[in-house]
Design a protein around this ligand. Structure first.
Ligand code: ZN
Length: 63
């Protein structure tokens, strides 16, 4: 998706590590985090590839 590689947890514009994460959204197969740089107010989305890791909280239904 992105043409350039940006380092995780750093502002892509100023390199600050003071990032505020506000909300996430799944767009299969990626998870997007909305990010705001506290130093220069740049906003961007950080995204992660989703990898199946198992199941939990399985509660059987009555049928
Ligand atoms: Zn910044």
């Amino acid at each position: 998706m992105a043409e350039k590689y940006y380092e995780k947890d750093k502002c892509p514009i100023c390199g600050s590590q003071k990032i505020t994460y506000c909300g996430s959204e799944i767009q299969n197969p990626y998870l997007f985090y909305r990010c705001i740089c506290d130093d220069c107010n740049t906003t961007y989305d950080e995204y992660y590839e989703l990898i199946y890791a198992g199941m939990e909280n399985i509660i059987g239904g009555n049928k």
